[in-house]
Design a protein around this ligand. Structure first.
Ligand code: FAD
Length: 406
């Protein structure tokens, strides 16, 4: 059993001497992808790779740019979920059509609003307890190409260390791998803007999604409960609308219309990589995971479970790379990682990505008509298949937009 590590012990901050040290695995990013990669590599029987986890910040000491919603099934598939991570259990999702018609879907599988800071801190403590060196407040500037079976990881202060395998879990905008044959740049980076609000009367067991071309062009607005009369409310806008849209103005207009008397506690901006294309995300001794590998679901824009799942695969395949006897086996491990992700979610995400672009051409009036048809069904009888048969059966433009899923 590994020893629990206290938060104080975990905060090595900048004190660890890294210059020229060699590690089996270096992980950049203490987000869901990086942490689960480290745990998967450390937790596999019979292996104890020397591991460095490095992040430019201690993520749990800062507000995390996320609405923190996650489906129960994907979450449980990826990690052993702890009760303390859960803020709210979510049983319903209400979809608000552009004209305000509301459809409420009850999901028997349920979902959660989680406390990501707590989850990430506890996963990092677990990883440190398994012997990983954890260093925060240290920003990586570059991952070098392979030399003498190692990749140098260079920090902005000019120091460097070396990894037999490097996992890039640095989120969407790290840009590592540039110059090599790998997808280093997210294709469809969508701007998001959100607030934490208080004094809000929002049912604690439901999430709300609002659609409309004027409201959130190419995206949607959300209102998710955070417990005790608090909420996370935000907007994401499609990549192709990002320059024309004033996202802050859009959110303010949305709040004024829907939640005029809330107290805004804090405002944040973020970016979501929302396209998936079938390109290389691993090379010999380099694996990209989570947002760095564009693993977000392109339509729901959910990426936490996806990053955890992908991170787990990255950790497992990093071990395969460490065990590779020659370059051919190394390349094979890289390909096996990509195939494993495609099987897990990647192939589905590629289809969703294509459908997303077609959905943009469906006019608001079609969504309104679909909502009018669905609202006639008793809300506790609404299932996903009823949504599809009722909405799609009547509106060929929606069917056409979703043809990639067929
Ligand atoms: C506004 C917003 C709302 C969202 N809401 C949801 C939601 O409700 N549900 C959901 O499932 N998903 C949501 N997402 C998506 C989700 O947050 C991401 O998909 C998820 O965080 C990806 O995890 P990750 O580990 O790949 O990357 P991250 O969580 O981004 O972690 C990357 C880590 O790398 C570190 N890092 C970056 N660059 C460097 C560097 N150069 N050197 C060292 N460290 C570095 C960062 O500090 C960070 O800690 C949302 C995203 C945004 C922007």
């Amino acid at each position: 059993m590994s020893q629990p590590i206290t938060a104080k012990e975990l905060s090595h901050k900048n004190t660890v001497q890294l210059n020229n040290a060699i590690f089996d695995i270096i992980i950049i990013g203490a987000g869901p992808a990086g942490l689960n990669a480290g745990l998967a590599a450390a937790g596999t029987k019979g292996t104890s790779p020397s591991t460095l986890l490095v992040d430019k910040i201690a993520p749990w000491d800062h507000p995390i740019q996320c609405a923190e919603a996650i489906g129960r099934l994907g979450f449980e598939e990826a990690v052993d979920v702890r009760e303390g991570w859960i803020r709210q259990v979510i049983g319903k999702a209400s979809f608000h059509a552009p004209d305000g018609t509301t459809i409420t879907y009850t999901d028997k599988n349920k979902g959660y609003i989680i406390d990501r800071a707590r989850m990430q801190k506890e996963l990092a403590q677990e990883l440190a307890g398994k012997g990983a060196v954890c260093v925060f407040d240290r920003r990586v500037a570059k991952i070098a190409s392979v030399k003498d079976s190692l990749r140098a990881v260079e920090f902005v202060d000019g120091t460097k260390c070396f990894g037999k395998v490097v996992i890039d879990a640095s989120g969407p905008v790290g840009g590592f791998g540039r110059g090599e044959k790998i997808d280093w740049k997210p294709l469809d980076l969508e701007p998001a803007y959100f607030i934490w609000a208080e004094s809000i009367d929002l049912p604690q067991d439901a999430v709300h999604i609002y659609m409309g071309r004027d409201l959130a062009p190419g995206g949607y607005a959300w209102a998710f409960p955070r417990g005790k009369g608090a909420a996370n409310i935000g907007i994401v806008v499609g990549h192709e609308f990002r320059s024309a849209a004033n996202i802050r103005g859009l959110l303010d207009a949305f709040l004024a219309r829907n939640f005029p008397s809330i107290t805004i506690v804090k405002r944040f901006a973020g970016s979501i990589p929302c396209a998936c294309k079938h390109g290389p995300v691993a090379l010999p001794r380099l694996i990209k995971a989570g947002d760095a590998a564009s693993t977000v679901n392109p339509i729901s824009r959910a990426g936490i479970a996806e990053a955890l799942l992908c991170g787990k695969l990255a950790g497992e395949h990093a071990l395969a790379m460490l065990g590779a006897k020659n370059e051919r086996e190394m390349a094979k491990a890289a390909k096996a990682y990509e195939a494993a992700w495609r099987k897990k979610r990647g192939t589905l995400h590629e289809k969703l990505s294509k459908s997303k672009h077609s959905l943009l051409s469906v006019p608001d009036k079609d969504y309104n008509k679909a909502a009018h048809a669905l609202v006639k069904i008793p809300q506790d009888e609404i299932t996903m298949s009823k949504i599809f048969t009722t909405a799609l059966g009547r509106f060929p433009r929606l069917v056409w937009a979703l043809r990639h899923l067929m």
